[in-house]
Design a protein around this ligand. Structure first.
Ligand code: DAK
Length: 262
């Protein structure tokens, strides 16, 4: 097994391929330390810039997507250590700047920073073995990578309060009912299903995929009128692309489109 904390592969057969990023600290249940987050950030930046990549999948092991930030690394920190060094904000925020779609393929534990990392991705495909939670309260802290902000946007206030204040876990079925995950698949099908979803995205027009992601993300930042205007302007701009002509011509000619990402 490689020493890398994040394994980077390219999967799929299409012209644009899937970047497959596997968190690789299995003995520590993929506890997220600074070195791992540095590697993940570097891989995300590289794959986002790679013209041959159309979609990114982030995954972990069968037992854990990630069981949270590394408690052994955090245990000794004082307030001034974390405040002055802007504790782990530096490498955690990379995910927010990725423009290509990122799918979290989650099996096993996604806890604390692991749940927050999954929520930073564009959508979550969960194995039936997945368990989500924000248990930080049990070790005397609170979620620090967006859990108190992204979880209520996904599942509402009541369930977020329940999760954050009691630290309990929810299983995949509850997570799907609550809207945290987009779909559940049998654990032994997780990789195949995530790859199929990512390949389907790779086959589409890259610019329209990126604009769709931008617009949905905008809905979390802007009021409705501004969000609608943002969508309208990007929608209009797609009529300047070759791929819009190709997509519509192909539909009318009853053939498969051949997108050029232009
Ligand atoms: N950190 C370090 N090591 C961990 C770990 C973690 N979060 N989770 C598990 N491990 C290690 C265990 O210590 C154990 O190591 P050894 O004893 O074998 O050396 C090994 O992984 C296997 O774990 P267990 O023996 O405990 O396995 P079990 O199946 O019995 O239990 C478990 C699995 C997931 C229920 C349990 O390991 C557990 O409760 N883990 C801790 C979960 C947790 O509290 N997570 C939240 C951590 S706090 C921020 C960004 C992020 C954060 C904060 C700020 N900024 C951007 C500012 C995030 C904070 C957190 O995530």
């Amino acid at each position: 097994m490689s020493d890398s904390l994040v394994l980077v592969e390219r999967r799929g057969d299409g012209e644009r391929r899937v970047a497959w990023l596997t968190l690789n600290r299995p003995k520590q249940l993929n506890a997220l330390n600074d070195a791992l987050m540095d590697e993940l950030g570097a891989a995300l930046r590289a794959m986002d810039a790679d013209e041959g990549v159309g979609c990114i999948v982030v995954t972990g092991s069968e037992k854990a997507f990630a069981a949270g930030a590394d408690i052994s690394a955090m245990a000794k920190y004082e307030f001034m250590d974390v405040y002055k060094r802007d504790f782990i904000t530096r490498n955690w925020e990379t995910m927010r700047s990725v423009r290509k779609p990122v799918i979290a393929a989650v099996a096993g534990f996604a806890l604390g920073g692991g749940c927050e990392l999954a929520m930073m991705c564009d959508f979550i495909i969960a194995a039936d073995s997945a368990r989500f939670g924000q248990p930080e309260i049990k070790i005397g802290i609170i979620p620090g990578a967006g859990g108190t902000q992204r979880l209520p946007r996904a599942v509402g206030k009541s369930k977020t309060m329940d999760m954050v204040l009691t630290g309990r876990m929810m299983d995949a079925a509850e997570a799907e009912r609550a809207g945290l995950v987009s779909r559940i698949v049998p654990a032994d099908r997780l990789q195949a299903e995530a790859l199929a979803a990512a390949e389907a995205i790779c086959a589409l027009s890259g610019p329209s995929v990126m604009m769709a992601k931008e617009c949905v993300n905008r809905s979390f930042e802007a009021g409705l009128s501004d969000g609608l205007m943002y969508e309208r302007r990007l929608f209009h701009s797609l009529f300047a692309t070759q791929d819009q002509k190709e997509g519509m011509d192909a539909f009318l000619a009853k053939r498969k489109p051949s997108f050029r990402n232009a």
